[in-house]
Design a protein around this ligand. Sequence first.
Ligand SMILES: NC(=O)c1ccc[n+]([C@@H]2O[C@H](COP(=O)([O-])OP(=O)(O)OC[C@H]3O[C@@H](n4cnc5c(N)ncnc54)[C@H](OP(=O)(O)O)[C@@H]3O)[C@@H](O)[C@H]2O)c1
Length: 377
Amino acid sequence: MRRALELAHTGWGCTHPNPMVGALIAEAGRIVGEGSHAQDGGPHAERLALLARGKPPRPGATLYVTLEPCSTPGRTGACTDAIISSGIRHVVVGATDPNPAHAGRGFAVLRAAGVEVTTGVLAKECEDLNLIFNHWITAGSPLLAVKSAVTLDGSIACRTGDSKWITGEAARADVMNWRRLFPAIAVGAGTVMRDNPQLTARLPDLAPWCPVRFVFDGLLRTVTDKNLPQVYADAYRERTIVVTTQHGGMGYVRKLRELGVQVWCLPSPAQRVNFSDFRRKCAEERICGVFFEGGPQLTSQLLRERQIDYLFVYHAPVLLADGKGRSMLTGLRTERLLDAVRLTDVQHSILGDDTLTRGRVKYPERMFADETVFGLG
Ligand SMILES: NC(=O)c1ccc[n+]([C@@H]2O[C@H](COP(=O)([O-])OP(=O)(O)OC[C@H]3O[C@@H](n4cnc5c(N)ncnc54)[C@H](OP(=O)(O)O)[C@@H]3O)[C@@H](O)[C@H]2O)c1
């Protein structure tokens, strides 16, 4: 199964909105065929593993697959049919298909045909691999994730805005890896004006990679006559989408479009976009995950609107020791620990001297912002 997971990983960032899946066939403990799902609409890993075997597997062969085989025809035919007709009599599965319409159905179909099915092998790893797909298929909306890099005393930048770099090289490379996974990255206008980021994934031995790049800018403050931010001027500018309101001004919208930059003008009574509208629009466009990279205003608004599904926080062993340093969140207030936001399904990684804590966001019944109670309380 570990090898099947490695195979699944080869689809990192390329299979959306489908999951990453790896499969292999073993005969007498020897791998004789391997496959992985490479892209949406492409052949499934199980079929490719069978194809790679080149002939019917020997009696006693076992198929290992990281995700429950599909049991509906879809675009590529049911994998359960392919497995049954191959003659394989033992299938070992990592994660159950999270889609409530399918969960467990593939196992039942195989068992009904006399195939022995072993489930739950390295299940956690196999589920974690598809955290975007799992959310997309169960919630029908994109996974909105936030990443922040903070000092031990909770700062993301000095009072001057200086934030390069809080974390070390290993943590920054890890961020690149997540950028490579998510189909879209998002930042606020403040970060674009302050840091002028490229928002591409730059990993050793791989060509630069540019996901969709969202810039949240309700008033189009980032559009200037000279010194345009690089996300509006570089070779990938057609992958930049500015998310704004009708208050931004049609002249600026025109200018962006002339540059080749896309604009989503979402109706809003205020100068800020409502994140549930943004979420809906992403779902319409089949963008199944967005990796928000701060800063504090964007992150805090998302949290206030209960729109963060998943959080990545990198901690660096640094004390900024400045009462006016900028913290990860701003303008929020919580008076009881009972009302704190918590993470579930928590994972920790050590990256050089830094650590990454990530997990699903669990909201309390009520939350506070400034003096106003908001949320469901
Ligand atoms: N350590 C880290 O992980 C990290 C990550 C990113 C950034 N940073 C740092 O954070 C600082 C910038 O943070 P910031 O809080 O000033 O800026 P920010 O959160 O990047 O951007 C805030 C701006 O984005 C626009 N915006 C936010 N929500 C919006 C919405 N719903 N609809 C439309 N527009 C929206 C608003 O523009 P208007 O005000 O014009 O409406 C708002 O002022 C920089 O110092 C940067 O280096 C640190």
